[in-house]
Structures are given as structure tokens and as C-alpha cells.
Write a protein of this length. Structure first.
Ligand code: NOJ
Length: 571
């Protein structure tokens, strides 16, 4: 019997396939990945030496955090020269070698683009503060009038968003640290300089950009005061500002559209509606990171707090984003990055159920449609570290907050604030990568710039090469994702939205005429006790494809062990 052409046709025709939709991205934080020269700071030759670890996981793309020249106040998010490599990380020749080695392994390289602000050390700022006519309008300056700064906007890191510059005798705006002045995107010369810089990197054959706080570029004219009760005062005047879509459309037209690349915007306060404008079919970008699921463990809106979180809320966010972007847009799926505490310490149980909860959380981002991003060490289940005192912290944000909390006189000692600052600090994500159980976890032969997590003897890459490690499980998940298009192009459906402990969802891939081609079911118990949900009818005749417990039979049992994840193929 021969199939009709319609029956054999694939539900995703070749011209609708897109490499960045089918990719899994691995994020490398260069300062903490691998140090090749013993100065305690990760570098590019170190990354090259360890590239096989990344390639072996089966990922397709590497996103490299900023490696440009920088005084490193904010670990590279304060750039002093967009076209050179930070000297502690290596040379341009090292970077070119990295790119070649990445491509040789059939992976792609996405670079960080940080163009909302530069470092105060950037030549543009130096010339701007001296009033050089070519650069005087490159940043957002205001004369001092009356008492205090020009408006009440706050820096994301706390305090006023304005600092007074003695040289220019004026205030400049910085939505982040005072060493990170905001560029004036209203100035066409700034836009042109940035677009030229982007093209310069793209001509080197990179494969895309992750765009830092890219929806903050446009500030409301007149820079009006913000709502003083808001969590980030002024945000309504610079998040998704009036000209942002024009700027990004111009960037797309002049630069991005000339290349076959991946573009992902990091966008504070992104909603499904704005995501469609930025990264829908007609939007300038491919996808965007939102933060909604990373705030579940806040107490209210307050970032420096720790609250309880619940699963129905996570599922509601997941549903909203899947349904909202199903016909227009694409999801970027992630738990961790260099700004987030380790996920197993937030939404898992690193003590009793380390492996189970780390693999379960991995399952959640690797079995849904969208492009998953895995942050270095996540594939080992790396955990938050212990912070003894303020000096042990390196993050500009955490150190400032710790100082503020201690100065506030509500807290006597670091011990009082360790639970909050220690839990939230971005340093948790930035402790050195744990390669083996030798001193400093094999990260460096010198003194690491940031302490190594004390659990490195148990949690490390060498140990994870064994059979049932978190890393091996991630590898299997990535393999599975490559094998079944339903995980990439399928439609997400939540079977039990209100279940307090279990997530059960399908990804269904259909032919254009409605016939089901592939249907996958994932069942995840997010709790540390056995939980039940009746799936007996759903899993009849199903294949169990992967489980983080040692199971090889289907068993339509309804009991699920603590932090158990199972993935079935239903059709
Ligand atoms: C977001 C980056 O991810 C973070 O690390 C940085 O501090 C801010 N943007 C400012 O660039």
C-alpha cells in the first residue's frame, strides 16, 4: 500500500522550519566558566578548552555574556570599547579562535549587545562630559536646577538614577549603576554608531545578539517624574518608551534583516501583548525574555524578599505565554541566567531531592515549544552558595543592597540579612563552574575571583559523566527534543491547571488537515511528597520516553514520586 502524498507530508514543511526555533541555547558567563592562565578569572582560552563539554550536551547555540573591554564594575555590562576584547579574557585573536571552534562543532555563537548604556570609561562618555561638540549629546544630561536631581527616577540597583558630573557640571542619567550612563537614543549619531558596531560584529560571522534591557532605550520626552510608589520609580517613562519600536524597526531594517541570525531581547516588565509587538511575526526581534516566572518567590513586588510560591500560578504564567504567542511570536524558555539565583535552590529541593528536582526543572523548560536556554552549571544542578559576610559578595547590586539594609538600622549584622541577600544575590549564579573535585573545582589554578560553592566535591562535571547524573538527563532531554518536533512546533495544552503539586501537559503536532502527527505528555510532580492524578485513559498505549526515576514501564499508575518527571509519547 502506498501512502498518499498528503499522508507522508511532514507537518512542518521545510520552508517553515527555523533553526533558532529548533535550537537549545547554552549560556556562558566568561568570568566564571574556566580560567586558563591562573589569574583566578575565567577567560576565552578557558572556554575553548572546555568547549567539548558544551558540544557533548547536544546544544546548538552558545550565548556569551559580554566579553568587550570594560572596567568590570558590572562584570562587563559596563562597556568601555565595543570593538575590543576585555584584556583579562584574552585578545581578539582568542575570540576569533573561539568562534571558529564553535562553528567547527556545528554550534553557533550569539553575542551580548549592551546598548542602553556604556561605561563611564567609554571614550564617548569621556568626550561627552568634556563637551566635545561631536559627543556632547551622546548621553542624557541635565543642568542642575534647584535642589537635587532632575527627576525622581531610580536606578534599578537603588538610589537616584542621576549622578552629578563635576567635569560637565551637570547630571547624567543612569538606569543602572552610576558607572553605566544611559546613551541618548534620540540622537541619530548614537543610533548610527550602534548600528555600525552591530554590523561590524555580524561581519565577523557571529550568529546573533542577546540584547540587554533593550526595551529601555526610549525615554519619555521631558523626562517626567514617575509614580513614587512604584517598585522602580520612573519605569512607566522608560519601559517600552514612545520611540522604542521605531528604534528597533530601524535596527532591523538597517542591520538585523541582512543576516540569518537569532535575536532575543531582554525586556523588563514584558507582557504577552508587548512581546507580540517586539517579537511577533512583524516585530523586529525573534523572541524576548520576560521575567514573570522568576518573581513567583518574591514576597509581593519586592525583589529583595523571599516568599512562598505556588504551582498553579507558575502554570498560569506558562499557559498565558503559550496561548498568547501561539499564533504570533515565539517563547524564550529559561529558569536561570547570570542574574537569577540557582533554580534548584528556588523551586526545587537541593538537600533531599537534588537530582530529582534539578532534572524535573530541566524537564519543564525542555519539553515545551519555544527556545530553551540553559545557563552554565544548571545542567549539573548547581545550587546557591553560602555567603558569610558582605565582603564575600561581589555583585554591585547585592553589595549595595546589603549596605543599605545594614545602614537602615533595622538589621544589626549580616546574619540578619543573609537569608534575603544571600538567597537573591546574583553572585549565586556567578560562582565558578564546577569541573571536578580538585581544588577550586578545577576552575582555576590561582585564587578564584569569587568563592567556589562548597558543594563542588559532589556536584561537578567529572562526577556528572556517570550514568544517572543531572547532566546525562539534560543530554537525554535535548536528544529527545531533537527527535520529536512536537516539543518544538507542537501546541501546548495544560491538562490540570489547578493541581497544586502536579503539572501535566501535552505538546501536540498536527498536520495541516488536523490529523495528529505527534502528541507528547509530560507529567511532573513539583512537590516532595507523592502526588496523584488520574492519567489512566491518557497513557493507555503510550510509550514512556524518559523518566527521572528508574522506570522503563508505562504503568498507568496515578502515583508520582517526589519531584518525579515522566515524558510519554501518546501518538
Ligand atoms: C541586565 C543584565 O543581565 C545584568 O547583568 C546587568 O546588570 C543589567 N542588565 C545592566 O546592564
Amino acid at each position: 500500500m502506498t501512502d498518499t502524498p498528503q499522508q507522508t507530508s511532514h507537518p512542518v514543511p521545510p520552508d517553515e522550519r527555523t533553526w533558532w526555533k529548533e535550537s537549545v541555547v547554552y549560556q556562558i558567563y566568561p568570568r566564571s566558566f574556566a580560567d586558563s592562565d591562573g589569574d583566578g578569572i575565567g577567560d576565552i582560552p578557558g572556554i575553548i578548552e572546555r568547549l567539548d563539554h558544551v558540544a557533548d550536551l547536544g546544544v546548538d547555540v552558545i550565548w556569551l555574556n559580554p566579553v568587550y573591554e570594560s572596567p568590570q564594575r558590572d562584570n562587563g555590562y559596563d562597556i568601555s570599547d565595543y570593538r575590543s576584547i576585555h584584556h583579562e579574557y584574552g585578545t581578539m585573536a582568542d575570540w576569533e579562535e573561539l568562534l571558529a571552534q564553535v562553528h567547527e562543532r556545528d554550534m553557533r555563537l550569539v553575542m551580548d549587545l549592551v546598548v542602553n548604556h556604556t561605561s563611564v570609561d567609554h571614550e564617548w562618555f569621556q568626550r561627552s562630559r568634556r563637551g566635545d561638540p561631536e559627543y556632547e549629546d551622546y548621553y542624557i544630561w541635565r543642568e542642575a536646577e534647584g535642589e537635587g536631581p532632575p527627576n525622581n527616577w531610580e536606578s534599578f540597583f537603588g538610589g537616584s538614577a542621576w549622578s552629578y558630573d563635576e567635569v560637565r557640571e551637570a547630571y547624567y542619567l543612569h538606569l543602572y549603576d552610576e558607572s553605566q550612563p544611559d546613551l541618548n537614543w534620540r540622537n541619530p549619531a548614537v543610533r548610527q554608531d550602534i548600528f555600525d558596531t552591530m554590523a561590524w560584529w555580524l561581519e565577523k560571522d557571529i550568529d546573533g545578539f542577546r540584547m540587554d534591557v533593550i526595551n529601555l532605550l526610549s525615554k519619555a520626552p521631558g523626562l517626567p517624574d514617575g509614580d513614587p510608589d512604584s517598585e522602580w520609580v520612573g519605569a512607566e517613562h522608560f519601559v517600552d518608551g514612545p520611540r522604542i519600536l521605531d528604534y528597533l524597526a530601524a535596527m532591523d531594517e538597517q542591520v538585523l534583516s541582512n543576516y540569518d541570525i537569532l535575536t532575543v531581547g531582554e525586556m523588563p516588565r514584558l507582557t504577552v501583548e508587548t512581546a507580540r509587538e517586539y517579537a511577533g511575526e512583524d516585530g523586529p526581534l525573534d523572541m524576548a525574555f520576560h521575567f514573570q516566572h522568576t518573581k513567583l518567590d518574591y514576597d509581593g513586588d519586592e525583589r529583595w524578599s523571599v516568599g512562598d510560591w505556588d504551582l498553579p500560578e507558575l502554570k498560569e504564567i506558562t499557559r498565558r505565554w503559550h496561548d498568547g504567542l501561539a499564533d504570533d511570536g515565539w517563547n524564550a524558555l529559561y529558569w536561570e541566567n547570570h542574574d537569577q539565583p540557582r533554580v534548584v535552590s528556588r523551586y526545587g529541593d537541593p538537600e533531599e531531592y537534588h537530582r530529582e528536582s534539578a532534572t524535573l526543572l530541566g524537564t519543564y523548560i525542555l519539553t515545551r515549544s519555544g527556545t530553551p536556554y540553559v545557563y552554565q552549571g544548571q545542567e549539573l544542578g548547581m545550587t546557591n552558595a553560602q555567603w558569610e559576610d558582605r565582603e564575600s559578595l561581589a555583585d554591585v547590586d547585592a553589595r549595595r543592597t546589603a549596605r543599605e539594609l545594614l545602614d537602615s538600622e533595622q538589621h544589626d549584622s549580616f546574619e540578619d540579612i543573609a537569608d534575603i541577600v544571600g538567597y537573591r544575590s546574583r553572585d549565586n549564579a556567578r560562582t565558578p563552574m564546577q569541573w571536578d573535585d580538585s581544588e577550586h573545582a578545577g576552575f582555576t589554578e590561582g585564587d578564584p575571583w569569587l568563592q567556589v560553592n562548597s558543594n563542588y566535591e559532589q556536584i561537578n562535571v567529572a562526577a556528572a559523566r556517570e550514568g544517572d547524573s543531572v547532566r546525562e538527563y539534560y543530554r537525554s532531554l535535548i536528544d529527545l527534543r531533537t527527535e520529536y518536533d512536537a516539543f518544538v512546533y507542537g501546541t501546548y495544552s495544560d491538562l490540570h491547571p489547578d493541581h497544586e503539586r502536579l503539572a501535566a501537559y501535552t505538546q501536540t503536532l498536527e498536520h495541516p488537515d488536523g490529523r495528529v502527527s505527534e502528541r507528547m505528555l509530560s507529567v511532573l510532580n513539583f512537590s516532595d511528597t507523592t502526588a496523584s492524578v488520574d492519567l489512566s485513559t491518557t497513557v493507555e498505549n503510550a510509550d514512556l520516553l524518559l523518566s527521572n526515576y528508574d522506570r522503563d514501564t508505562i504503568g498507568p499508575t496515578s502515583d508520582h514520586e517526589p519531584y518525579e518527571a515522566r515524558i510519554y509519547r501518546l501518538e
